[in-house]
Design a protein around this ligand. Structure first.
Ligand SMILES: Cc1ncc(COP(=O)(O)O)c(C=O)c1O
Length: 388
């Protein structure tokens, strides 16, 4: 791994050394159970968690009282979607999901559908769109058509993990609330990369994972209840009654403190990261014939994440190029689930053919990527491609 150039920062990010320094004492000398309020060591851990939760809440402008600590975005998403839809006082049986959501959302929707909940999928603007919408961003007219007075929850991610599209969340929230529904945003790719303001965007529930913003794996959070609307959740994990009974289990002080430290380091330096991403794109585009961008324009940071690059090759499959370039970590347009890699549902939802999706690749530039690393990676990628 030491020689590998890591350009896959949508999959995960390295733990920032400052995060590791902040968390270590909570694994060793300050190891008390934060729920042991009978002694000072336990209370110290509880206070440290409360302070860390406040830091996270302040950074995203959400009430600290609405924060639940989880094992990561997948758990947060399960708690948000199942928690709202299956709450005994929820009378609405319909849910909306954007077609390009992560499987962590789509698979929960499919599961809820099996238990009788109705789900509508809302399309995004296609790649070859001439309707004025940025490719890959949600079609707001379709969303307005999909919501009804039976809709309890609308699920739209803030930023997409494959082609970096940033959805118009404030408008999504307006349409959602007009129908009397709640808005859940998977913010896994957004937190740490672009400003996220729960209150001004009108988000009711928000899911995130620390390892996507230079924190450790296995810790995340759910905002359940922005400042304006009440959110009722049915717990998915029951046990000791921690976190108001909404997510039982001993909390992880080192993880929460690490997550707060990571979020407190601020946003990635988007202009620097965008210029490295553009450098990679320009080199590859000039050296490799016929490659085409997937997703919104790179030039507009309001609709595309700075570090994201996704494009399709003329004739070579992404998997083949990846296998031929072992020194660079990037990913392809197929999701390797089980033995049968299927073409990315995100690219298909944008109107790409199965073959185009299979010929697609994704790069993610990160905080510790340098110009030298981009140049070395480009050279390896071009050399490997010329052998085909
Ligand atoms: C958009 C999005 N949502 C959810 C997840 C799931 O996050 P985790 O595996 O940390 O639970 C990911 C991870 O790739 C993601 O990119």
């Amino acid at each position: 791994m030491s020689e590998m150039i890591y350009l896959d920062h949508h999959a995960t990010t390295p733990c920032d050394p400052r995060v590791v320094d902040a968390m270590l004492p909570w694994l060793t000398e300050r190891f008390a159970n934060p729920h042991s309020d009978s002694h000072a060591a336990g209370r110290e851990a509880a206070d440290a968690i409360a302070e860390a939760v406040q830091t996270i809440a302040t950074t995203i402008n959400a009430p600290a009282s609405s924060m639940l600590i989880t094992s990561g975005a997948t758990e947060s998403i399960n708690l948000a979607m199942r928690g709202v839809m299956t709450h005994p006082r929820n009378r609405r049986n319909h849910m909306v999901v954007c077609t390009t959501e992560h499987p962590a959302v789509i698979d929960v929707a499919t599961d809820l559908q099996r238990s009788g909940i109705e789900v509508s999928y809302v399309r995004v603007h296609p790649q070859s769109s001439n309707d004025g919408g940025a490719a890959g961003t949600i079609d707001l007219d379709a969303l307005a058509d999909a919501v009804t007075d039976q809709t309890a929850l609308v699920n739209v991610m803030i930023a997409n993990n494959e082609m970096g599209a940033i959805h118009p969340i404030a408008e999504v929230a307006r349409i959602t609330h007009e129908a009397g529904a709640l808005l859940h945003c998977d913010a896994t790719q957004a937190v740490g990369r672009i400003p996220v303001d729960v209150d001004s965007l009108g988000i009711d529930l928000l899911s995130a994972s620390a390892h996507k913003f230079y924190g450790p794996k296995g810790i995340g959070f759910l905002v359940a209840g922005g400042t304006r609307r009440r959110v009722r959740l049915r717990p998915q994990i029951v046990g000791g009654g921690q976190q108001q009974g909404l997510r039982s289990g001993t909390m992880n002080p080192a993880g929460v403190i690490a997550m707060a430290t990571a979020i407190g380091l601020g946003l990635e330096d988007a202009p620097r990261i965008a210029s490295l991403r553009d450098r990679l794109w320009e080199t590859l585009r000039s050296e490799i014939d016929g490659i085409e961008l997937n997703g919104p324009p790179l030039s507009d940071p309001s609709v595309r994440l700075a570090g994201n690059l996704n494009f399709r090759l003329l004739s070579v499959e992404g998997e083949t190029w990846m296998a031929a370039t072992p020194g660079v970590a990037f990913s392809s347009g197929s999701a390797c689930s089980s033995a049968n890699p299927s073409a990315s549902h995100v690219l298909l939802a944008m109107g790409l053919s199965e073959s185009e999706a299979r010929r697609s690749v994704r790069f993610g530039v990160g905080r510790f990527t340098t110009e030298q690393l981009i140049d070395d990676a480009s050279e390896q990628l071009v050399t490997a491609y010329r052998r085909f």
